[in-house]
Design a protein around this ligand. Structure first.
Ligand code: PCA
Length: 214
């Protein structure tokens, strides 16, 4: 059995729902054969989210950690390539915290790469019929904070556990009253399922273009 910890986030920025949490719940409710999947909801609060993540990692003892967050405005499911050591909040988090240019880990490395086969994960999501791509930045809000904190935790304390981060678009129910890119929740979940299964079953990546010109 491969143990997988998947995390989603609480709602934030006035949204009624967060598709990251709604989708990862679906993964845990109907796990793939050979995978034991635990879903945990993280607070959208700097610092607190990392404490919650650490507790979940200690409890689940996972082989793979896949953290997921909402990236409203993106049109597709994006597998993040890199986490950077900076908090720079454009909006306050759910506790009113708004750090500006603060390192996540004092004297930590500038960045960590995800330890997932990102290109293979994207290819698997696309093969499942889900729009997906590689992302070169997870931003500087709570998602990047959790991604960097996860990779630092794994690098320093759990070198055999692999980890990464996926951003998902708005779900359709969030944008019925505005013009914004969205995907149906079952499609988001299908993309995450393909990514999770690929990340759990292979470590080598494929050679495929996933870069960006800007
Ligand atoms: N998205 C935010 C934080 C929580 C979430 O779901 C982000 O992209 O940083």
């Amino acid at each position: 059995m491969t143990r997988v910890l998947v995390t989603g986030f609480d709602t934030f920025a006035g949204e009624a729902t967060n598709p990251s949490w709604e989708a990862v719940r679906l993964l845990a409710d109907a796990p793939e054969p050979g995978l034991a999947v635990t879903a945990v909801k993280l607070s959208c609060v700097y610092g607190v989210a990392l404490e919650e993540l650490r507790a979940a990692v200690e409890r689940v003892d996972p082989d793979l950690v896949l953290c997921v967050g909402q990236a409203g405005g993106r049109p597709d499911v994006t597998v993040e390539r890199v986490a950077i050591n900076i908090d720079d909040a454009r909006i306050p988090d759910n506790a009113g915290r708004q750090p500006i240019d603060t390192p996540i880990v004092e004297a930590g490395p500038a960045a960590y790469f995800a330890t997932l086969p990102a290109k293979a994960c994207v290819a698997a999501a696309r093969a499942a019929g889900v729009p997906a791509s590689v992302s070169q930045t997870a931003g500087t809000f709570v998602c990047n904070h959790v991604f960097y904190g996860l990779m630092h935790l794994l690098a320093t304390e759990r070198p055999t556990t692999r980890g990464g981060f996926v951003h998902v678009p708005f779900s359709c129910d969030q944008v019925t009253d505005r013009v914004a890119p969205s995907l149906p929740l079952p499609t988001i979940a299908a993309g995450l399922r393909a990514i999770m299964t690929t990340a759990a079953t292979r470590t080598d990546d494929i050679t495929a273009s996933g870069g960006a010109t800007h």
